[in-house]
Design a protein around this ligand. Structure first.
Ligand code: PMP
Length: 423
């Protein structure tokens, strides 16, 4: 059992010492991308300084060194999410490419007019738009599971919405705006009962909770390295081996073939290579293994780590609740430290810009979830997303700064928009 020590954890992130506007940076945009620890940055540098070569293709020393590190990373991912085999781990550029891979390979191949794809109202655009494009091409229809007042996927009508016409169900494990764990076990069970494929977008889950794809029983699970302390430009698609075997190639070119001839049809490589074409982000893949070694003991073995996340979430939620004009977009405290709210009478972007001028990084806007905004009848919100290198003291700075901003806005209104001046 590892004891969680915030100061020690934070020390490993060089960029967190940065000064912004003469104040030390408070980074509360972790759901967009997390900061990177020294070991991940060092792994990228080390790869280029000691092992750089293309993988799989040559029999020389450097190539086999690079290939070994590249394939060891696949092994790390397999263990991290408890897949059965490394054949089930496909490298992609990120969650977005993983959705595109499955929707365009499996979707285009299997869907027919009047088949149904089930998504939820809280999906990120990455788990909507690729399915819409495939639906347009195949004539399939998209059906949407609504969200409850507390923001999780509503499973009340799951037996009607997921029915014998459903061929694919694709939902997020945790929404990037709401921060609550969706009832995916129920959704997966219902999808299985009608023999529909299940795709889980795990982009926001892997840095916070243990993911066991065998226990979940989903057909596909996708995530991005950069949201779990790894580099940008690397993602993972887990797929059950028998399903991946049956899927046609997604992108084509080098690496993914067995034989190419102008006289015979091209034949394809075995898994996982059949679904990976061209040169991958090799240094990024190698650095992902480092990110996993870094974070896995915290997520999977340290109760303190998740307790600390919960403590921060609770504190931030309580403190924000007490601020005048704060309105959370859904009811109840989130499961992971992602808090989305409005400040009545203020534009979301104004607040984010003002906070930035105090060295506090938050995000404002639709967060790539326009259908969710539409279903909540808002056009955006402010999102504060924390990581365990953040502290209670930083949350208190955010609250004090918001109070100052609100006070200034109030006194501006009093001085400039008093009835006498407005006349
Ligand atoms: N799904 C969710 C829930 C996300 O939060 C994100 C990133 N914000 C994505 C998908 C897309 O991930 P990426 O941009 O790394 O492909």
């Amino acid at each position: 059992m590892t004891q969680f020590n915030v100061a020690q954890f934070k020390q490993q992130f060089p960029l967190l010492g940065l000064n912004v506007e003469n104040k030390s940076l408070i980074y509360f945009d972790n759901a967009a991308t997390s900061q990177k620890p020294h070991c991940v940055i060092e792994a990228i540098k080390q790869f280029y300084e000691t092992s750089n070569a293309n993988v799989h293709r040559a029999s020389h020393y450097l190539s086999s060194k690079a290939t070994t590190a590249f394939e060891q990373s696949r092994e790390s991912v397999k263990t991290f999410i408890n897949a059965k085999s490394t054949k089930e781990i496909i490298w992609t550029k990120g969650t977005t490419e993983s959705v595109n891979l499955v929707s365009h390979s499996l979707g285009l191949d299997r869907l027919c007019a009047d088949d149904e794809i089930v998504l939820s109202a809280s999906e990120h655009h990455a788990n909507i738009v690729p399915w819409q494009l495939v639906a347009q091409k195949t004539g399939a229809k998209i059906r949407v599971l609504p969200v409850t007042a507390s923001g999780i996927i509503d499973v009340t009508d799951v037996d009607t919405i997921i029915n014998i016409k459903t061929k694919i169900v694709a939902v997020a494990h945790i929404s990037n705006v709401i921060g609550k764990v969706n009832p995916i076990e129920k959704i997966i069970a219902r999808a299985k009962s009608v023999s529909a494929f299940t795709f889980i977008d795990g982009a926001q889950a892997v840095a916070h909770i243990t993911v066991d794809v065998q226990k979940l029983g989903c057909d596909f699970y996708a995530f991005s390295a950069h949201k779990m302390y790894g580099p940008t430009g690397v993602g993972v698609l887990f797929g059950k081996q028998s399903i991946l075997e049956s899927m046609p190639p997604y992108q084509s070119g080098g690496e993914m073939i067995k034989t190419v001839s102008f006289n015979r049809p091209t034949t394809f490589n075995t898994l996982p290579f059949k679904l990976e074409s061209g040169t991958a982000n090799i240094s990024g893949v190698v650095a992902l293994a480092e990110a996993i070694s870094f974070i896995k003991p915290y997520i999977q073995d340290s109760i303190d780590y998740s307790d600390y996340e919960k403590q921060m979430t609770h504190h931030c939620y309580q403190q924000l609740s007490q601020l005048k004009g704060v309105k959370f977009i859904v009811e109840g405290e989130p499961d992971i430290p992602v808090l989305s709210f409005l400040l009545e009478g203020h534009h979301n972007h104004d607040i984010a810009t003002l906070l930035d001028s105090y060295g506090i990084a938050v995000r404002a806007g639709h967060h790539c979830a326009m259908p969710l905004m539409e279903s909540l009848a808002i056009n955006g919100c402010i999102r504060v997303s924390l990581a365990p290198y953040n502290t209670i003291a930083e949350i208190d700075v955010l609250i004090d700064t918001l109070k100052r901003i609100l006070q200034k806005a109030d006194s501006f209104v009093e001085t400039n928009l008093s009835p006498e001046r407005v006349k």
